[in-house]
Structure formats: C-alpha cells, structure tokens
Ligand binder design. Structure first.
Ligand code: NI
Length: 160
C-alpha cells in the first residue's frame, strides 16, 4: 500500500468525467488499498479516484468504522432532505452549507466485480452524493448556498 497525493480543486482532473472500471484485477485492488490508506491518513469521510488523479469510477468511504469500496457506483434512490456543512479533502480548510437527500441508496460493484446495494442516511447519504459527483467532475462548491465558518460547523455538530 502507498499514500497518494490528494489533488486540490485547481487541478483539471477534478473537473472531468471518469471512465468506468472494466478490469477487476490487482491494479484495481492496489488502487483501492492506496485510496483507503490515503483516506485514513487524511482523516476524511470519503475519497474519489479523481482526487488522486485517477480518472476511474472508484470511491472509498470510511464513516463510523463502516468502510465501503464502491466501484462504478450509481445513485438508484434518494428521499427526504437535509441541510448541513460539507467539506472536501480537495478543498482543504473550507466548509459550505449544502442541501442533500436525507436518504440515499447506491448500487455498485465490489473489487471483484460483484454488484451490491448499500443504503445510508444523514452523513452517509451526504457522502454518497458528494463522492459520486466527483466521478462526474463536480464539487460541492457548485451547489452550496454559502460558505460556513469553523464556529458554525462546530455548533452544527455539537447540536447533532
Ligand atoms: Ni470531495
């Protein structure tokens, strides 16, 4: 495993549509392992392959000790609404107020190519939406209503 460099929103890779994964081989497994190590080191909730400069439809998520590897993920169902702070490892030190569905269901392949479905609420649903948008070259900053201060973000989590 190896740490990869996380790119910022200024890099062109963050604004491109990623290609589907077609080969479920050792190279994909190394990519997933590296992404998980990089996410852990950065103490983030999610990481998409374009954030390390790889234009493939691959996402890893680590929330509340639930680790997910999503290959070729698709959003298949959403419902409800939530509004709260959102950050991104490619937009370091910033937070924005973003409206997202309260619930989301994702269909994806695992590292061996098997399809599965996973559903989430609150932060996990927010993370699904955020990470999947990375695969189409979009950042949360495009849909946030405004920036939030560190104090506002802290207050939001204290009240939660
Ligand atoms: Ni992000």
């Amino acid at each position: 495993m190896a740490l990869r460099k996380i790119m910022t929103h200024k890099e062109p890779q963050l604004h491109q549509v990623c290609r589907p994964v077609t080969e479920f081989n050792g190279r994909l497994h190394r990519l997933l392992d590296d992404m998980l190590e990089t996410l852990d080191e950065a103490q983030g909730a999610g990481l998409a392959a374009p954030q390390i400069g790889i234009l493939r439809r691959v996402v890893v998520i680590d929330i509340d000790d639930e680790v997910l590897e999503l290959v070729n993920p698709e959003l298949v169902e959403t419902s409800g609404e939530q509004e709260g702070p959102e950050g991104c490892l490619s937009v370091p030190g910033k937070w924005g107020l973003v409206k997202r569905p309260y619930y989301a269901k994702v269909r994806a392949q695992d590292r061996h190519g098997n399809w599965f479905e996973v559903e989430g609420e609150e932060l996990l649903a927010r993370c699904f939406c955020h990470e999947l948008e990375h695969l189409d070259g979009h950042l949360y900053t495009e849909k946030m209503s405004r920036w939030m201060t560190d104090e506002e973000v802290q207050d939001y989590y204290d009240e939660a």
